[in-house]
Structure formats: C-alpha cells, structure tokens
Design a protein around this ligand. Structure first.
Ligand code: SF4
Length: 150
C-alpha cells in the first residue's frame, strides 16, 4: 500500500521532532529544511498534527512545535489511520460518479480489510523509536541543532 505525500511528510516531521533533543521548539521553516520538503506542505502537515494532538506549540519569537505526550507514544499505525481520510482505497465514488460495480462489491471489502491489516502491523511501531543517531545527526547539524563537525 502506498502512503500519500502528506502522510509521508507528516511522519518525517514527527521523526525529526522525536530526534530533537535540544528541548527547543522547532519553527515550521526549520522542520521544512530538515525534512527536505517545501514549507507550505510541511506547514499543512504541522497544522494537522497539532489538531490531532501529536504536537504542542509555543508562541512567540522563539516559538515552534514539539511532540506532545501523545506524539511521543504515537505509533505509525495510529498516525496513518488518523491522517487517512479516504473511505476506500479504490475510486468507488468520485466526482464523476459511482463505480457501476459498487453494489456489495467484494473487492472493496477485501481492500478495506487489507488496509486495516497494514495499519495493524504498524501499530507496534512507535514513531519516536525510529530515528537513530547516524540517520539524524547530519540533518540536525544542518538545521543548527548540533554543532558542526570539528
Ligand atoms: S470494483 Fe469495487 S472496489 Fe473497485 S471501484 Fe468499483 S466498487 Fe470500488
């Protein structure tokens, strides 16, 4: 199953914030630089993650976002479930109309069960446990959260 670009950038932002051990809230622009994604995409993801309670924000000049308690314990499965707004994986109902095979479609049910199995597998993976030092250090250095290498 393929993640949407929005889901991917949301998970990247959560991983970056989990790796941020500076104690300083991060501005959206800093997160965008860290995850290598345009500011406007990251800004929408941060807003949605805040609405869902995975992030908490601090206002002011040094303001930004950090993981909330919910964000620190969130699993990949729970985040993807929360972000997935599609009723079905296939285009059963679109602006152009409803699929003619819609009535009691067995394929639609099978796809829903497969999606849930996919999320269930990821319910055991805590997002904050994923980042590791060698993966994140270069990026944390790039965005100024780690001193440059000597
Ligand atoms: S065949 Fe079934 S799953 Fe595919 S679009 Fe039509 S209703 Fe949806």
């Amino acid at each position: 199953m393929r993640m949407t670009a929005f889901e991917d950038v949301s998970l990247r932002a959560l991983m970056l914030l989990a790796a941020n051990d500076s104690g300083v809230p991060l501005a959206t622009r800093t997160i965008a630089e860290g995850v290598g994604t345009p500011y406007n995409h990251v800004s929408k993801a941060v807003l949605r993650l805040r609405e869902l309670g995975y992030l908490e924000s601090t206002r002011g000049r040094a303001g930004g976002v950090q993981l909330s308690a919910k964000g620190r314990s969130a699993t990949v499965g729970s985040v993807l479930r929360d972000l997935d707004t599609r009723a079905d994986l296939a285009d059963c109902e679109t602006a152009n109309g409803t699929c003619p095979l819609n009535f009691q479609c067995g394929l639609r049910g099978a796809l829903r069960r497969a999606r849930e199995a996919f999320y269930r597998e990821l319910d055991g993976v805590v997002v904050a446990s994923l980042p590791h030092e060698r993966q994140m250090a270069p990026m944390l250095m790039q965005i100024g959260l780690r001193p440059p290498a000597a």
